[in-house]
Every structure is written in structure tokens, then in C-alpha cells.
Design a protein around this ligand. Structure first.
Ligand SMILES: *Cc1c(COP(=O)(O)O)cnc(C)c1O
Length: 386
């Protein structure tokens, strides 16, 4: 195994007779067989080979192999979106009657999956407070099968102690799943801290340029075998075209993330001294409540900064309306900086109390810090605050 950056670039499908330099794209739904015996042996899984792109495809395999190396995982499967990865992974592992213990702060659609859809199949879930893992332990029941968490969280930019969660999962013989979308494997590798499976929305920083939807789950061979068997039948596979876009994107993940994180830290430091800002949250600011844990498990602070504009929901909206260059968009992890005001947009249907439980105050703003020059990013935010 070479260094992270090198594997990200040099992990490539075997070169064809055309001696291409950049990786080719295998835009094909199916594959041919030599003869009847070849076909029989392939279907009997006596051979490891591509049969049909719902099962596997060389371009998808390249992407999966690359992410496995990045995360330190045995094997994986690439999905059409991050949510396809979340749903298929859980659906493959749970039985009726099972319970999922999840961190309270999770991605909105994952929350809806836990509360609206999984209960249809008799799968329940409950949320533990992210700042009290002792309380989390008391919530484990004989039915609990999975511990589910994201760190850093969205949109609160809170940090969970992955090592402690990993120990908790091991002690109670539970499957520990981490959605590592906000950090990426360049910054944080949850398997090192005891995660069994790691899920990504490739749509975010992995692509990093806002072009494709994608998802991926990687982890232990035994669990991934179940995920694979479920997924090759139910059909959430990633298009090889999107897999190709993503495997090329990963060649630049390290250099992009270095700049994302450098810009985000500078923005966080600027905001910390601003008179119109009541608080700033960024994992690598000393003021972050989980700074020590962030330093232990992350290589850098990530690309998301949260802060509170003084003056509540109206001030938040006014700040939002005064932004000139940054994009007002629901996406994140893009080369373009994006600003969102969760209280008046993505989380407006929640009550004030529910929002507070997810770490969202009325004036809180989330910035996905992009790759524009930091001076221009700060200058836009400065004028919008003024
Ligand atoms: C966006 C996101 C997802 C879902 O990914 P899609 O590709 O949009 O389906 C899941 N988890 C987190 C943390 C995300 O930010």
C-alpha cells in the first residue's frame, strides 16, 4: 500500500490493449462469456468476474477499490446516491424487531428514513444525545443491532467521539456504522476507531464539483457481503459514468481538501472576532467544545463552518439576502462556497425546540467553504454581516 495521495491517483483498472493513460469508462450494462461453461461457472460464482452492471462493473470496481484503500476497508459497493447507500446498507442488515441507536444529529433524509420508513418493517430507532455517550449506553436494548453516527454533524458541526462509540459497539456486540461524508477519508478514517461500515455521499466532497450524485459503503467483508447480495438484487447500483467522474475526482481529493480546510479555518478565525457574530463552530478552533476529540480523530477541521448572526431569525435572513458571491444552495462540499440558513429553509418545518435539539438556533448559518480565494470569500461574508 502506497501513500493515500498515490493510491488515489494510481489505483486504476488494468490497462487495456489500447494503452490508455487516464482511466477508461466501461459504459456497458452487461458482459459476454467465452462459452457455456464460462457462463455457468460465472453464475455459480466460481469465478470473480463482471456479469451485469447491476452487480458490478470495472469502473465501479475501480472506485470501490480506491475508497477501500482510502478508508482501510476490505470491500464495498457503489450506489446511485448517498441515500441509496444509507438505505440499502441498513435494509440489508436489519430484521423486523431490530432497533437502531442513532446519534441525534444526522442528515435529514436519514432521519426521515429512521422515523417514517423503517418502522413500516418493524425496525425502530432512538436518538442519543451527541454530548453524552454514557446516556447512549443506557439506551441500548436487547433488540439494538446498530449504532449509527455522523461526525462532524450537519448543520451543527458538532463532533462525536468515534473511538468511544467504537468501544461501546464492541462491548455490546453491535454493528457500528459511520456516515463519513463531512470529513472524507482524507481527514478521518472511522474504521481505525472501530467502525464496521463507513458510508459516503459521493455527491459532496468526493466529487467536490457538484456534478454527480453517488454513494458508497465500505467495510468488513462479512457485512459487505450481505449489503452486496441485497443490492445486486434490488438495483441501486451507481451508473458507471458517474463512477468514472468520481474516480477521477478522487485523484485530487487530498489537494482539494487541504485548501478547503485551510480556507475554512481562516474563515472561522475571521468570524470569531466579528462583533455581529455571537458564536462560531469549527472543529479545529480551540473554542469548539470537542476540540480535543477533533484533534484526535481528524487530520484537519473539514470544510464546514457554522456561526450565529446576532439578532435571531430576521438577522439570519437579512444576512442571507445580502450575500453576493457565495451560492445560496442546499448542497455542500463543492468548489463553490455555499451558504445556508437552516432555520428559514431546510429546517423551517421543525419547531424551535426541535431545531435546538439538532443544534440549530434561529440566526445560525452554515457555510460550506469552497476553493475560491479566501480573501473573496471573507469579503463577501463581511459585507453581508455589515
Ligand atoms: C448529502 C448527504 C447524504 C445523502 O447523500 P445524497 O447523495 O444526497 O443521497 C447523506 N449523509 C450526509 C451526511 C450528507 O451530507
Amino acid at each position: 500500500m502506497k501513500k493515500f495521495e498515490t493510491e488515489a491517483i494510481r489505483t486504476q483498472t488494468e490497462r487495456t490493449q489500447f494503452l490508455e493513460h487516464s482511466t477508461p469508462m466501461y459504459l456497458t450494462s452487461s458482459f459476454v462469456f467465452e462459452d457455456a461453461e464460462d457462463m455457468r461457472a460465472s453464475f455459480a460464482e466460481e469465478k470473480e468476474r463482471n456479469i451485469y452492471s447491476r452487480y458490478s462493473n470495472p469502473t465501479n470496481n475501480e472506485l470501490v477499490e480506491k475508497v477501500c484503500k482510502m478508508e482501510g476497508a476490505d470491500t464495498g459497493f457503489a450506489f446511485a446516491s448517498g441515500m441509496a447507500a444509507v438505505f440499502s446498507t441498513l435494509a440489508a442488515l436489519v430484521e423486523t424487531g431490530d432497533h437502531i441507536l442513532s446519534a441525534r444529529s444526522i442528515f435529514g433524509s436519514t432521519h426521515t428514513l429512521f422515523t417514517k420508513f423503517l418502522p413500516k418493517w418493524g425496525v425502530t430507532s432512538s436518538y442519543f444525545p451527541i454530548d453524552d455517550l454514557d446516556a447512549a449506553e443506557t439506551m441500548i436494548t436487547p433488540q439494538t443491532k446498530i449504532i449509527y453516527a455522523e461526525s462532524p454533524t450537519n448543520p451543527g458541526v458538532d463532533v462525536l467521539d468515534l473511538e468511544r462509540l467504537g468501544q461501546l459497539a464492541k462491548k455490546h456486540n453491535l454493528i457500528f456504522i459511520v456516515d463519513n461524508c463531512f470529513a472524507t477519508p482524507y481527514i478521518q478514517q472511522p474504521i481505525k476507531f472501530g467502525a464496521d461500515l463507513v458510508i459516503h455521499s459521493g455527491t459532496k466532497l468526493m466529487d467536490g464539483q457538484g456534478r454527480v450524485l453517488a454513494g458508497i459503503t465500505v467495510g468488513s467483508a462479512a457485512l459487505m457481503d450481505k449489503v452486496y447480495r441485497f443490492s445486486r438484487i434490488t438495483g441501486p447500483a451507481l451508473s458507471p459514468f458517474n463512477a468514472w467522474v468520481l474516480t477521477k475526482s478522487l485523484e485530487t481529493l487530498a489537494v482539494r481538501l487541504d485548501r478547503h480546510c485551510e480556507n475554512a479555518l481562516k474563515l472561522a478565525q475571521f468570524l470569531e472576532g466579528h462583533p455581529k457574530v455571537s458564536w462560531v463552530k469549527y472543529p479545529f478552533l480551540k473554542s469548539h467544545p470537542m476540540y480535543a476529540v477533533a484533534k484526535k480523530q481528524m487530520k484537519a477541521g473539514g470544510s464546514i463552518v457554522a456561526f450565529e448572526v446576532k439578532g435571531g431569525i430576521e438577522a439570519g435572513k437579512q444576512f442571507f439576502d445580502s450575500i453576493k458571491m457565495l451560492s445560496l444552495s442546499a448542497n455542500l462540499g463543492d468548489s463553490r462556497s455555499i451558504v445556508t440558513h437552516p432555520a428559514s429553509t431546510t429546517h423551517s418545518k421543525l419547531s424551535v425546540e426541535e431545531r435546538l435539539e439538532s443544534g440549530i438556533t434561529d440566526g445560525s448559518v452554515r457555510v460550506s467553504v469552497g476553493l475560491e480565494h479566501i480573501d473573496d470569500i471573507i469579503s463577501d461574508i463581511k459585507q453581508a454581516l455589515g
